[in-house]
Design a binder for this molecule. Structure first.
Ligand code: PMP
Length: 394
């Protein structure tokens, strides 16, 4: 029996509110089918929503190595890292990740969400009262990390370093330490941070710079190693996931030896969570071997995204400041984004609508995630469908 006033009754209220706001979310089963396609309810769609930017999720070498490492080492790691969960394979892969990222050390995490949610409070535990400065558009997992630390964020306008400097001056100078949180490529906007400016500012104010490269890893920077590799001395902490361009699952946090030692000793999400299993390690290992050589695919991504941005702009749509493989088509209201997404599905394209609270109110959008497995003809066809829809509306 469900009593009035029960927690379950509140679930119903919350779901009803989400319905009213047009924000009710549900799960649809889909399957990646290669060539930038996905199947949903028996329909083949050109997939502009998955983050498998380089098409590695179905790559035979990732699949083979994952299978091979599972056969050799087993399906599970057995325990958390500090108990019996650290194998030679974990240590070797972490050394390989550090070489890829150009850092002294790296640590594996179960997911990017878990890494951000767990590492941020661990860092802040070292300096109670530290001031935290966050770009307004940082990912939900970093907000979770700040909330877990119980800190109030000083939010700076998106990619606005003048605003950040003002906040550092006003709120940071007397704090025991300063932490800046940002992304190198923003997940919903596809724009790029001014990393050089940020590093300079962080040095000037003795702030610790934490950069999430979830969407840059594999795609941007030398050999696809991310934008932090373009900085001669890197950044203080760089994290990213293996679940997007790298094709599989899991995440890394990379930086100095001191940082990684501290995390091993202070981060609950590292200490109390079972180590990633061999199958996942194998897929990551293969991706790090393959990705540096995928320059042709990275070039193709650049050309496809230029084509899409140009086409959308010609039709008068805003793509914000996108300059990467993530191209938003900002339409404003959530209903409009939803209707356009539904229409495109009838035309054979999957482009998920992104709406509040994921993006700020009034900036609902279709987020097109491009893949090296798309072709110029896919972009042409998508643009034609959008153009037709526009004609139907006028
Ligand atoms: N950071 C950013 C910027 C992301 O976009 C995501 C994934 N949506 C994550 C972290 C979380 O990574 P994961 O999917 O590996 O949990």
């Amino acid at each position: 029996m469900i009593l009035k006033g029960s927690l379950e009754a509140r679930f119903d209220e919350a779901l009803a509110t989400a319905d009213e706001l047009g924000q009710r979310r549900k799960l649809d089963a889909v399957a990646l089918t290669g060539q930038g396609r996905i199947s949903r309810n028996g329909q083949q769609l050109v997939d502009f929503s998955s983050n498998d930017y380089l098409g590695l999720a179905l790559h035979p070498e990732l699949i083979d190595r994952s299978r091979e490492w599972t056969e050799r080492f087993g399906a599970g790691a057995g325990a958390s890292r500090l108990v019996t969960g650290t194998s030679e394979a974990h240590l070797a892969l972490e050394a390989k990740i550090a070489r890829f990222k150009g850092t002294r050390k790296a640590l594996l995490f179960a997911s990017g969400w878990q890494a951000n949610a767990a590492v941020i409070p661990a860092l802040l535990a070292a300096a109670p009262g530290a001031a935290v400065f966050t770009d307004r558009l940082i990912h939900a997992s970093m907000h979770t990390g700040c909330a877990a630390a119980g800190v109030r964020q000083h939010r700076f306008r998106h990619n606005d370093l003048t605003h950040l400097e003002q906040l550092l001056r006003d709120r940071g100078v007397n704090a025991p330490a300063r932490l800046i949180l940002t992304e190198s490529v923003f997940s919903m906007d596809g724009d790029v941070v001014d990393l050089e400016g940020l590093v300079t500012l962080a040095r000037a104010y003795d702030a610790f710079l934490y950069v999430d490269e979830a969407h840059a890893t594999g795609v941007l920077g030398p050999c696809g190693a991310g934008l932090s590799r373009t900085m001669p001395n890197g950044v203080d902490l760089v994290m990213g996931t293996f679940s997007k361009a790298m094709g599989s699952f899991g995440a890394y946090v990379a930086g100095s030896e001191r940082l990684c030692d501290y995390i091993i000793n202070a981060c609950g999400g590292f200490i109390f969570s079972t180590a990633p299993p061999p199958g996942v390690l194998g897929a990551i290992d293969a991706a790090i071997d393959i990705v540096p050589g995928m320059e042709r695919e990275r070039q193709k991504l650049r050309s496809l995204s230029d084509q899409l941005r140009q086409g959308l702009k010609t039709m008068g749509f805003s793509v914000g400041d996108s300059s990467t493989h993530i191209v938003p088509m900002i339409v404003g209201e959530a209903d409009k984004a939803m209707a356009l997404s539904r229409y495109l599905a009838t035309q054979g394209f999957l482009a998920t609508a992104i709406r509040p609270p994921t993006v700020p109110k009034g900036t609902s959008r279709l987020r097109f995630a491009l893949r090296a497995t798309h072709d110029a003809t896919d972009i042409d066809a998508l643009l034609a469908a959008i153009r037709d829809r526009g004609k139907q509306e006028t």
